[in-house]
Design a protein around this ligand. Structure first.
Ligand SMILES: Cc1cc2nc3c(=O)[nH]c(=O)nc-3n(C[C@H](O)[C@H](O)[C@H](O)COP(=O)(O)O)c2cc1C
Length: 213
């Protein structure tokens, strides 16, 4: 367990890695740590309205690189995480979640009918466009969990929005799965040559960032 200073040191050490060492790969246990962490990410009501495609196949990574304006992270990182939201989001997804709760907590769905109705009310009150925005917000929380966990575990990562969503969806066959990509992260190990790792962090001052009342 890291102490407070070690946690902040790790978060300062993290940076949006541009140059990955393509000879270094995450081991199975390192990858599993990230999968465990992302699985535990919070989401509104706990619905997790997304899936995450994890790519290590080099051929696919090269295709994704071409669909991400040639950004080198796509081909050189160990793994690419593509956060994809559920496209046509319906109350069926709420029912699936309710069943999972019932099984996990050994209760009947009827015991959580009020909660289920509240969730369905939220889903029914929103257009598919609004639901897509809501679902994307949840996916970004999972992205944040991935980034912070990677930093604390001494892995490098680069969050990325600079890619063509339609091309990614096609390469990964997401349409057929009722999914669409919203944000990605390249994960692996920094190259010693990546000068970005030496740049000072530019952040708002605490006075500008926080409002204490
Ligand atoms: C949602 C999101 C999208 C980003 N997209 C890209 C990207 O496409 N390519 C890239 O090199 N960096 C990308 N970044 C990295 C940011 O530029 C970087 O996090 C920011 O400048 C702060 O620097 P630091 O993360 O190194 O501290 C993205 C970051 C976030 C959070």
């Amino acid at each position: 367990m890291k102490n407070n200073q070690e946690i902040i040191t790790a978060l300062n050490w993290r940076y949006a890695t541009k140059g990955f060492d393509n000879s270094k790969k995450l081991s199975d246990s390192e990858l599993n740590l990230l999968l465990d962490a992302v699985q535990l990410a919070p989401s509104s009501y706990g619905l997790q309205p997304y899936q995450i495609v994890v790519i290590s196949n080099q051929e696919i990574k090269e295709k994704l690189k071409a669909a991400a304006y040639g950004q080198p992270q796509l081909a050189d990182a160990s793994h690419i995480f593509v956060f994809a939201i559920t496209k046509n989001y319906t109350t069926q997804h709420v029912d699936d979640y309710a069943k999972n709760i019932a099984v996990t907590r050994t209760i009947d769905v009827i015991d959580i009918q009020g909660f289920v109705d509240t969730m369905k009310g939220t889903v029914n009150s929103r257009s598919q466009e609004e639901l897509a925005i809501w679902n994307a917000k949840q996916a970004y929380i999972a992205l944040g969990v991935l980034l912070e966990t990677a930093a604390i575990a001494d892995f490098d990562a680069c969050p990325m929005e600079g890619f063509n969503n339609a091309d990614f969806d096609e390469i990964l066959g997401l349409e057929e799965k009722n999914l669409t990509s919203v944000v990605i992260a390249a994960v692996g190990f920094r190259s010693a040559d990546d000068d970005y790792q030496h740049l000072a962090k530019v952040r708002k001052s605490k006075e500008d960032l926080f409002i204490h009342v």
